[in-house]
Design a protein around this ligand. Sequence first.
Ligand SMILES: Nc1ncnc2c1ncn2[C@@H]1O[C@H](COP(=O)(O)OP(=O)(O)O)[C@@H](O)[C@H]1O
Ligand SMILES: [Mg+2]
Length: 441
Amino acid sequence: MRGARTRRNYPGACSTSRRNGVYNGGKIVKENIFDTLLSRPSLFLNKEILHHSHRPTIMPHREKEIERIAFNLVEALNGQIPSNMILYGVTGAGKTAVTLHVTNLLKEKGEQMRRDITPVMVNCRQIDTQYRVLSNIGNSLLEDHEIDEIPFTGWPTDRVFKELIKRMDARKGVFVIVLDEIDHLVRKAGDDLLYNLTNINSFLKDSRACVIGISNDLKFTEFLDPRVRSRLGQQDLLFAPYDAEQLKDILRKRASVAIAPDVVSEGVIALCSAFAAQEHGDARCALDLLRVSTEKAEQLGDKKVEQHHVRMAQHQIEADQIEPVIAALPTQQKLVLASVLLNERNGLKNIQTGQLYDVYDQACSYLNIPSLTQRRISGIIANLDMLGLITARTISRGRYGRSKEINSCIPQNVETQQILTNADENMATVFNNRYRQQRPL
Ligand SMILES: Nc1ncnc2c1ncn2[C@@H]1O[C@H](COP(=O)(O)OP(=O)(O)O)[C@@H](O)[C@H]1O
Ligand SMILES: [Mg+2]
């Protein structure tokens, strides 16, 4: 059984001593930490199967969507042009995975039937200008021996477009151009790319193309010119979020090949699914939870994944998501957040705006930077509240008017002070100084 194997059988592994060193021909050899780690049995059979990059070929609860896309794309095998499509749905609804699965099958069938069919997929979050998308598609059509790359930048866009058309005509056949996360590009750069690509058949002579746009934003067509909207949206397909029961089926299937038998109970699958279902039915989130829970159990030397590992995993994932948010705060926002922490470090709860401002003002003077007005600080407080780093509740103090009660709400396992200091070394000065505290009113 692969899962139960121990990784001990390699030259040089020393497992005889549990202490720090082993006696070896008169020398004390320090035990290498990796020996201990490698000799532990793994709970995973194949961890990669739980990673985002893995592309499953069996996708429960997406049979209808697979069929709808295939029903349209079969036209390419019949020598016709498939309709353009828009696929919508929340993140983690399986849009990318389903599309890749169907286009791979289409390519395979095309090769069997000796039809020229070329699917091309571009992620428009990473490749996010019209120029780059067109040049990327154009360069992906080069044969291995051709070296005439369209440059990364520098040509006029219509020259790139003409070159793309030339290359498509040279290849012939039907192209399925998939623009993944297209909402991102449209919001950033407008809909010129879609305008041009959905009109490409009027320029092509010896080939044909259809466009599939994938969007995480359900309202994305509102950003489109009505002509582009009607040309692209010849067929719309909505990927509904998964519910907890569906997520359970997805996890069970993936767990059965990724994790050793009897390691994950039905209760653990149910808990991961329930958490992910609360989080808008995101399959990616469910898979992450299952993977990190199993890693936690493995780190602790446990033989089974239990529900408390899932809770630990959830905390860790939450912390991993929050860290970049804190690190990327602009300086003034970092200072306001630090002022909340400094007040709390002094035992204060329900911090009032005036108390916060007082510490913030002192912190600015330690750094020799001008402090912002109270009014601007109120805006920053609202922003930190929106990011989920603090809670700011408005309270009425009778004739003294209204104030805010501020508390941090960053999970305890997040080392906020450390993150702030790593991101900006001046923050060390802020945290290492002493502060006069204002008394609450
Ligand atoms: N029905 C399903 N069966 C198995 N895995 C799925 C299913 N739906 C989504 N996944 C997995 O969940 C993750 C997110 O899916 P993805 O296609 O990237 O979502 P989207 O593109 O809608 O954001 C991927 O790892 C994918 O393999
Ligand atoms: Mg996607």
